[in-house]
Design a protein around this ligand. Structure first.
Ligand code: PLP
Length: 388
């Protein structure tokens, strides 16, 4: 098989020991061994969520976790406020509409982060407290934008609406403090910053969230979170779990915790800085605004005259480097370069070198070495700061 370098914002490269865990023998999912694994996974995830609340594990991709959040917290007819900053924020709103909620959209220009003042102002105008929930995205993978979650939490606090946060492509790559910030349901997934294969969604729920779920009457079955909690307390999941992915996630999380949280956060942000520096040196325009950069994915518009789709195809077919394109209205307009997973500095520099070759293939005036030098400088600054 041709060697490829996967630098998508998920799924991400997975280390060999994590892959090998997928080949371990099956165990009884109603036995002691599985209960121990589940308890260990929960202990490993709590610091990433910044919570002492229950963390539940669902056999699904991230979208299943988001559906679970909506389908357990709310009732049809409930009024929700959604503040999307891209495709995934809109998808969360669509899930809520599908379950019969009335969703008001508070729009943000693409490339910008959600404005906490705009959110606070809209909620302050809701003097009758008709808005029951607020839907937020921690990291918007489609635009390479990361929201300032502490400030958004603060903007909701006085109103008291329930909060759902999509942190599918955020959690594990930067600090998240669910309890301190006061979010009610936070969702992530195995195949992003946790560097495991896809197949497990994780959902953390606050006490207020559990109280709301006990009252909600919306239809749910597979993603019944109170039932999932009941089983978790016995060391089980209600349904047969994807045991192999649970194994892999356990190994991935042990690798994650082999260094401190801070080192994990610093690695993601240094990689994102290096990629941005390389893109800029090669004439790309970074899509996210300067105060809104994601640490897990960099979105950039190619230089004038370079077609994004052709560039991605050349990179993939000639150099084995797999980056993402744009989604929704950004289709064909941007490329996206992920920082997550088992990605080394060599991988980054190699992919940026391949980007230079691909640009030259497409007839651009080659600025060989400019991207690699800019990225190397950014990475060296990190080494000088003592963070590896
Ligand atoms: N939300 C965000 C921010 C994402 O990046 C993704 C996937 O890329 C999803 C939700 C959907 O997750 P999944 O594809 O695991 O269902």
């Amino acid at each position: 098989m041709k060697k490829t370098l996967l630098l998508l914002p998920g799924p991400v490269p997975v280390a060999q020991p994590v892959l090998e865990a997928m080949a371990w023998p099956m165990i009884n999912h109603r036995g002691r061994e599985f209960a121990d694994l589940l308890a260990r996974l929960e202990r490993q995830m709590k610091p990433l969520f910044g919570t002492e609340n229950d963390v539940l594990f669902l056999g699904s991709s991230g979208t299943g976790g988001l559906e679970a959040a909506v389908a357990n917290l709310f009732d049809p007819g409930d009024r929700l406020l959604s503040m999307p900053v891209g495709v995934f924020g809109k998808r969360l709103a669509t899930i809520a509409k599908t379950f019969g909620c009335e969703v008001e959209m508070l729009e943000t220009p693409l490339g910008a982060a959600a404005d906490p003042h705009a959110l606070a102002a809209r909620l302050a105008a809701d003097t009758e407290r008709r808005i029951k929930g607020v839907l937020l995205t921690h990291n918007e993978t489609s635009t390479g934008v990361q929201n300032e979650m502490a400030a958004l939490a603060e903007a909701v606090r006085a109103h008291g609406a329930l909060t759902v946060v999509d942190s599918v492509s955020g959690l594990g790559a930067s600090r998240f403090e669910m309890d301190a910030w006061g979010f009610d349901v936070v969702v992530t997934a195995s195949q992003k910053a946790l560097a495991a294969p896809p197949g497990v969604a994780m959902v953390a729920v606050s006490d207020r969230g559990w109280e709301a779920m006990a009252r909600a009457r919306i239809a749910r079955y597979y993603f019944d979170l109170p039932l999932t909690r009941e089983f978790a307390r016995k060391g089980q999941t209600p349904w047969t779990p994807p045991i192999s992915v649970f194994y892999a996630l356990g190994v991935a999380l042990s690798r994650y915790h082999a260094v401190s949280l801070e080192e994990n956060f610093a690695r993601h942000s240094a990689y994102a800085r290096a990629i941005r520096a390389a893109f800029e040196a090669l004439g790309f325009t970074i899509f996210s605004r300067s105060d809104a950069h994601s640490v897990t994915v960099v979105a950039a518009e190619p230089p004038a005259g370079v077609d994004a789709a052709t560039l991605l195809k050349t990179l993939r077919e000639s150099y084995g480097v797999v980056l993402s394109g744009g989604q929704g209205e950004l289709t064909g307009k941007i490329v996206r370069f992920g920082t997550m997973g088992d990605v080394s500095e060599n991988d980054l520099l190699g992919a940026i070198g391949a980007l230079e070759l691909a640009l030259a293939d497409l007839g651009g005036s080659p600025r060989f070495g400019a991207g690699v030098a800019a990225a190397a400088q950014a990475l060296t600054a990190r080494a000088a700061a003592g963070v590896r």
